[in-house]
Design a protein. Sequence first.
Length: 128
Amino acid sequence: MAPRRCPCGTGLPLAECCGRLHDGTATAATAEQLMRSRYSAFVVGAPAYLLATWHSTTRPRSLTLDPDVRWTGLDVLRTTGGTLLAAEGTVEFRASHVIGSAAGSQHEDSRFVREDGAWRYLDGVALP
């Protein structure tokens, strides 16, 4: 049986890609890598990772994932900043999903900043 592919779209096995971030054996080197790992966390149902990678000033107290949402794909459309040495960056993405039999997508421009040296999701603006 082939290893499960990472949902973030790299084509790598989950254990060699976002799984390493989810289990804490690696940290995101760029804002885009953090965004991809957060998308993967929604797919695999890892709310603790989502909370851990949320900036302390905007992090909710708890997070419950909707079991009716099935995430089906991720397209990274644009990035600004967010490089290895940057302190902030944005990632525009479209994440496709299915709820029941209805397909839809979430289009967002997300802001990421470093907090204690690590990339964190700050907030996002929904786009049409």
